[in-house]
Write a protein that binds this ligand. Structure first.
Ligand code: PSV
Ligand code: MN
Length: 400
């Protein structure tokens, strides 16, 4: 028998349960003004303090029901009283998620941070990450997500192996300071801002570092950080198999780190990523159950809160479709060498309209089935446009 969605071998109640459990973290920096290398546009009502960013994130959580945590970036979100921040977030029904050290915005880091040739600069960078670990403890977060802008622009500018040794030494000091239960997620990016070499350019380098450090270190996959044509789903499969997939920074791209709404350009790729996770989960892969799903997007021309809600919907859609993959049929086709039969199993799930399923989840949780419509009707945008004092920039960072 097929159910109303036309699926065989699928327990729809289990799918609804999984969708309800699936949470997505939004980034504080996605609510403030940002721009490109050419221009930072001020968005009317854009958040300029951590409290305003949290208030905006609470709106996303209220209409989607799946975004209870917010990643912070230090020093963009620096505060004196972290207990007060924690309490404020708590009152909004939120908690602080990943703490992101910023090792790219100080003049000191022109030639690198954890890999810099000067021990004093490396020490300052290490101390900043240690401060972030301390902040994480104060706000009750268990994730440090580390991205480095370190690299070189010219052949010969620095010794590549020496830079690697410095990186490992620095990471070892940081790792030793992690309290039990806290994870260090190591993000990679193949280029930018450095162009000749990047010290953490790919998942393999991040994985090697994580393996050298220990089990609390894992890899963070930012979907915008790969060369054109990279099969991210395969990277995900390998990391799941190694038990080192720490989390994601979701966003979409056409050319580089474009920061476009997740699933807006290559929705099938996003589906394939979730298909790997769903497949591993069915097989009992423990890593699949402890992945940090985070958005890393800074919107320039779109209304920020609505763009975040749209991103959440797109990610949920890809996830829901992956849950509909008929693994029994897929395995049978694979083991019969039925190339197109196997492909069609994926295609059938991908082409299923999951909007009724997502609406059902919202209704069961007592929410408006249409998150965007709910947000538009709330009057929140108009209210913050009126109330917030125009502020040129929140983070001062022109292109995240
Ligand atoms: C770098 O491009 C990145 O993806 C890192 O995760 C940063 O923390 C974030 O964007 C914001 O700049
Ligand atoms: Mn990122």
């Amino acid at each position: 028998m097929k159910d109303s969605l036309g699926k065989q071998h699928i327990d729809l109640e289990a799918v609804v349960g999984a969708i309800q459990q699936f949470t997505i973290e939004t980034p504080s920096w996605g609510y403030g003004d940002s721009g490109t290398r050419f221009k930072v546009f001020h968005w009317p009502g854009a958040a300029s303090t951590l409290r305003e960013k949290l208030a905006d994130a609470a709106q996303v959580n209220s209409v989607t029901g799946v975004c209870p945590s917010v990643a912070i970036h230090i020093p963009w979100d620096q505060e004196d009283d972290w207990q007060a921040v924690k309490d404020y977030a708590d009152r909004l029904g939120l908690h602080i998620g990943a703490v992101n050290p910023n090792l790219f915005q100080d003049d000191l880091y022109r030639l690198g941070s954890l890999c810099h040739y000067d021990k004093q600069v490396r020490q300052r960078a290490i101390e900043h990450v240690l401060e972030c670990i301390h902040i994480a403890q104060e706000v009750g977060s268990t994730v440090i997500s580390l991205w480095l802008a370190d690299g070189t622009n010219y052949p010969g500018q620095d010794d590549l192996r020496r830079r690697r040794h410095r990186l490992l030494d620095s990471l070892q000091v940081i790792y030793a300071a992690l309290p039990a239960g806290m994870r260090l997620l190591i993000e990679y990016k193949f280029f930018e801002p450095a162009f000749y070499s990047t010290d953490l350019p790919d998942w393999g380098t991040s994985l090697l570092m994580a393996q050298k450090l220990g089990s609390q270190a894992e890899v963070l996959v930012d979907t915008g950080h790969h060369p054109q044509g990279t099969n991210i789903a395969q990277i995900v499969a390998q990391l799941l198999d190694e038990g080192r997939l720490g989390g994601f920074h979701f966003n979409d791209r056409r050319y580089a780190d474009d920061d476009l709404i997740a699933g807006s350009q290559n929705p099938f790729d996003l589906f394939c990523i979730f298909n790997e996770i769903a497949g591993a989960s069915v097989e009992g892969n423990a890593n699949a159950g402890r992945i940090a799903y985070m958005i890393d997007q800074s919107h320039n021309i779109e209304p920020k809160i609505e763009a975040m809600i749209q991103s959440v919907i797109n990610i949920q859609t890809a996830y829901a479709k992956a849950l509909l993959v008929d693994h029994t049929a897929l395995r049978a086709a694979q083991e019969a060498g039925d190339v197109l039969g196997a492909y069609r199993v994926l295609q059938a799930a991908y082409e299923t309209d999951v909007r009724p399923l997502l609406a059902e989840v919202h209704v069961r949780q007592g929410r408006n089935p249409e998150p965007i419509a709910a947000f538009r009707a709330s009057g929140y945008t108009e209210r913050i446009e009126r109330e917030r004092v125009a502020n040129a920039t929140s983070s001062g960072y022109p292109g995240a």
